[in-house]
Design a protein around this ligand. Structure first.
Ligand code: SF4
Ligand code: SF4
Length: 590
């Protein structure tokens, strides 16, 4: 039987079918659904949990693997940066039962802060990288990944990209097959990475890589499709599909294993084609390795490493290379022009009130990764930096320490991100005598990735009720003496508390206490409306950036537009009413 599945769903199915027993992740687009699907459909056979960050997800997964369970740790590409400390030495210890690390890379930055290509992590750690091109392969490569992991005593990176994660394709469904679970076997020289043992293990890693290279030569997932031999293309992942469509007559060497590469097979392929190209998304990873072997190859000159590839971009590259006629380019299709809508915080978002207060206070706001990053955009314009998960607190402290900036710098971080990697930075600020003001916008959910639970909510991924962690107590425990809670829907109070803490010559934390509008269930209070006769068209309410407020057809005497509120999307959060200087915004009485 075949089912239409996304790559993420197929991968989760692979965990079920190929005897996976444990999965851990921190949510991050485009990988988030993998764990959600496991928890929803396969919970009786595969245990799944959210970790506070990717490093912890991998560390727990490593423990489960050492303990004998086939295991998966899933993360988006930047998550592997967080997990890299554990990952690099995991390459030395090897595994117990099969261990797959999903790296979901995001070319074109659909929902990310950079476009990094995580195949390089495989090379850096001497760890094999598998790269599926379809949903079927996303499932099949779980089996192959577990087998490689166990045969070669290595973790395996299963590298997806956004198109593979989210596009759907037919997948053959099979039964679950379990493998024998040996449990943890004590082996100090393998699992305890003190220098003497690590040095020995590094030698084994070098030898392992040679064996993996031999495996790559014979593996069925690296195969040649012979066609016209004038043009040969080496490709993999989603780029294989684009290359196949753009150059249907060319011969293709399709790489399912993106690292290490089958150099003998590549050399043989290269010797039989007149001109050899590499088509790969993001960096010239294959191209560099192949060129370093002295094989004449072309690639990134024609297929930029900036943004996703698609069939048209690949066609254009081959036209530029002089091997494709420009007449193959299809006529451009007229696309319907839709009104551009900038991303904004939802109507009634609890972060809006604190943004308005920050704007009034006139501070530099070091943001973090979360919905509140949207506050960087007009009309709020209230996020001044955003680097990576957990960086806001350190960034704000650094600006303070540099001592060259008159305005005070504050940090703005969400509950999930604070637990992910904000705590350590806060402890460091306290330890080093900082005086920054840090705001934890506690909406009690991981909102940006679609509403996942975390330790500050009260439920696990498997649905079990738990006691939420106490963020204020954590802050006090790392030494913050001034921890205050504020209702972000009360703009005046938020501003007052913010001012007091900004004036304080000591580190402080303000925690906002309103849940996300959309999770766990949509909040909808009585909507508000604008009394047009009273509106003076001052524009103050437009500046709160609420998508429910727009300009009315009515204008004031100077021709400036008055405001109007869409009562169907207004949630009654009251923030616009609080900023209106003439009380023209009032509740609609039911
Ligand atoms: S999802 Fe929740 S936290 Fe995110 S912008 Fe919407 S209301 Fe705000
Ligand atoms: S803040 Fe009040 S007066 Fe100003 S535009 Fe909005 S509704 Fe009109």
């Amino acid at each position: 039987m075949a089912m239409l599945l996304s790559g993420n769903q197929a991968l989760a199915r692979g965990m079920y079918e190929y005897g996976g027993e444990f999965a851990s992740a921190y949510p991050g687009t485009p990988s988030t659904e993998i764990l959600q699907v496991i928890a929803k459909f396969f919970k009786d056979d595969v245990y799944a949990e959210w970790a506070v960050n990717e490093k912890v997800a991998l560390e727990v997964a490593v423990g489960a693997s050492y303990g004998g369970a086939r295991t998966l740790a899933a993360m988006k590409h930047v998550g592997l940066n967080v997990a890299a400390d554990a990952f690099m030495t995991l390459s030395y210890t090897g595994v117990g039962a099969g261990l797959i690390i999903v790296s979901a890379d995001d070319p074109s930055l659909h929902s990310s802060q950079n476009e990094q290509d995580n195949r390089y992590y495989g090379k850096m750690a001497s760890v094999p990288v598998l790269e599926p091109s379809t949903s079927q392969e996303a499932k099949d490569f779980v089996k192959i990944g577990f087998e490689i992991s166990e045969q070669f005593d290595t973790p395996v990176i299963l590298r997806l990209t956004t198109r593979i994660c989210h596009a759907k394709g037919l997948v053959e469904i099979g039964e679950r097959k379990t493998v024998e679970n040996k449990g943890f076997e004590r082996n100090i020289e393998k699992y305890v990475m003190v220098p003497a043992y690590a040095a020995k293990r590094h030698k084994l890693v070098i030898e392992r890589l040679e064996k993996l290279k031999e495996y790559a030569e014979t593996s069925e997932i690296n195969y040649i499709e012979w066609n016209d031999k004038k043009i040969g293309i080496i490709t993999g992942a989603i780029a294989y599909q684009h290359a196949r469509e753009a150059m249907p007559d060319a011969s293709i060497l399709k790489l399912g294993m993106g690292y290490p590469l089958p150099i003998k097979k590549i050399r043989e392929f290269a010797s039989k084609v007149d001109r050899l190209f590499v088509v790969e998304e993001l960096e010239g990873f294959y191209e560099e390795i192949i060129a370093a072997e002295g094989i004449k190859v072309e690639g990134k000159k024609f297929f930029s490493n900036h943004m996703e590839l698609n069939v048209d971009r690949v066609r254009k590259g081959f036209i530029e290379a002089g091997v494709l006629d420009s007449s193959v380019m299809p006529e451009s299709v007229e696309t319907e022009s839709v009104l551009p809508r900038p991303p904004v915080l939802c109507s009634g978002c609890p972060h809006r009130g604190i943004m308005v207060a920050l704007k009034k206070a006139g501070v530099y706001t070091n943001g973090d990764i979360g919905c509140y990053t949207l506050g960087a955009l007009p009309p709020l314009n209230q996020i001044d930096s955003c680097l990576c998960m957990g960086a806001s607190i350190g960034n704000a402290f650094g600006i303070e320490r540099a001592g060259k900036t008159e305005k005070k710098a504050v940090a703005l971080i969400g509950d999930s991100t604070f637990l992910h990697s904000g705590i350590t930075a806060l402890a460091s600020v306290v330890y080093n005598g900082g005086t920054t003001t840090n705001i934890i916008v506690d909406n009690r959910i991981t909102a940006m990735t679609g509403g996942q639970d975390n330790p500050s909510t009260s439920k696990t991924l498997m649905g079990d009720a738990v006691e939420p962690v106490n963020l204020a107590e954590i802050c006090r425990a790392v030494g913050v003496k001034h921890v205050r809670e504020v209702d972000p829907y009360d703009v005046d109070e938020s501003y007052k508390v913010l001012k007091e803490e900004l004036d304080r010559e000591a580190v402080s934390v303000i925690i906002t206490n309103r849940p996300c509008m959309l999770f766990p269930k949509k909040i909808k209070d009585e909507p508000y409306t604008v009394e047009a006769d009273n509106c003076i068209a001052c524009g103050a309410c437009f500046n709160v950036g609420c998508p429910s407020i727009s300009i009315s057809e009515e204008t004031n005497e100077k021709g400036r537009p008055k405001a109007v509120i869409d009562e169907y999307t207004c949630t009654g959060c009251t923030i616009c009413a609080q900023v209106c200087p003439v009380d023209a915004i009032v509740k609609i009485e039911s």
